[in-house]
Design a protein around this ligand. Structure first.
Ligand code: A3P
Length: 339
């Protein structure tokens, strides 16, 4: 036991095994499983692949999370720009108490929370954070409207999220850049001595849907369908449109979550101030994001790499690009999802 503990202490906190509840253990034992990147096992639940930790978080939140009508939930596939959207939504919601441009409000006695904390510590995930270790986490400290995040596919969301009038903001990204970002992220996440799975093998698995929260295309379609059927409930965004039309998207986003900008704010440059505060350049150069760690133990800097569009075209081979384009066209083309 002592050897087991000391072994465990050499493993970064975020890669340590989670203690499953008896009920979850029994269910998970019945599911198809595979390895994602050693030492992470993935399980297929509701048609999607999840690490053991995330699955415990999904199952616990399905049982215990009670959504409020005023909640806002950001949903993404990993590496689709979650950190950015968390920062933007947080800045929009809190702009009256934390002005996004400190130079204009010099009497603000504290720095903006996004200057001293990583967006992931300000906007926690239900599934890979709050509900992993506790069935009923303490959510009292979250003022309304509560802002949470999740990587869950639509089918697995807690029933109260689907039934209430809470808002879901879904963000996705083109699969070439997302896969490239994910491969680099996992490499940084693994202990130094451990080689990540080769790009080729990881790519084949990604195409088969055996990736974090995959299949990529099904995850997107689940939310896209909801955004068409219930446009007041689910907002569907892409990383690419956020890059190319930030002002339009920010205005729509603020409106959608019930905190639209006033004319005075628009003419006072508030939208630009929020964009600047949450920009890749600003966030990635903050001391907290260069040297700090998340409450969950990961280094903050692994959430910032290049922050642009098109890196997949440099990283993947011609054949890989062709294959991914063809699958994406086949699965998403007819539904009008374009990146
Ligand atoms: P790259 O690896 O392509 O650079 P997530 O936040 O979902 O984990 O996604 C991480 C990706 O978003 C990384 O992409 C990261 O660099 C990029 N990113 C992080 N913060 C960003 C920001 N403020 N603006 C634009 N992209 C950002």
């Amino acid at each position: 036991m002592a050897a087991e503990n000391s072994q465990n202490s050499n493993v970064p906190k975020y890669l340590r095994k989670v203690e499953l509840t008896q009920e979850n253990k029994q269910l998970i034992a019945t599911l198809p499983c595979d390895t994602f990147w050693q030492p992470l096992t993935i399980h297929q639940y509701n048609g999607f692949w999840h690490t053991t930790k995330q699955l415990q978080g999904i199952l616990n939140s399905q049982k215990h999370f009670i959504a409020r009508d005023s909640d806002i939930i950001i949903v993404t596939l990993p590496k689709s720009g979650t950190t950015w959207l968390k920062a933007l939504a947080y800045a929009i919601l809190n702009r009256k108490i934390h002005y996004p441009n400190p130079n204009l409000h010099k009497n603000q006695c504290h720095p903006h929370p996004l200057v001293t904390a990583n967006p992931h510590d300000l906007v926690p995930f239900l599934d890979i954070n709050l509900y992993i270790h506790k069935n009923i986490p303490d959510l009292c400290s979250f003022p309304s409207p509560r802002l949470f995040a999740s990587h869950m596919p639509y089918i697995s969301l807690p029933e109260s999220v689907k039934q209430s009038t809470c808002k879901i903001v879904y963000l996705c990204r083109n699969p070439k850049d997302m896969f490239t970002s994910l491969w680099h992220f996992i490499r940084k996440l693994l202990p130094q001595a451990q080689e990540p799975r080769s790009v080729e093998e990881s790519f084949e698995r990604f195409c088969e849907g055996r990736s974090a929260c995959g299949p990529f295309w099904d995850h997107i379609l689940g939310y896209h369908k909801q955004s068409l059927e219930r446009p007041n409930k689910v907002m569907f965004l892409t990383y690419e449109e956020l890059k190319s039309e930030p002002v339009r998207v920010l205005k729509d986003l603020a409106e959608f979550i019930g905190h639209g900008f006033t004319e005075e704010e628009e003419s006072g440059n508030v939208i630009n101030d929020i964009m600047k505060l949450c920009s890749f350049e600003n966030l990635s150069n903050l001391e907290v994001n260069k040297t700090g760690k998340l409450l969950t133990g990961e280094e903050n800097n692994i959430y910032f790499r290049r922050g642009d569009i098109g890196d997949g075209e440099n990283f993947l081979t011609f054949d890989m690009i062709e294959k991914l384009n063809a699958i994406t066209q086949e699965k998403l083309g007819l539904h009008g999802v374009n990146f």
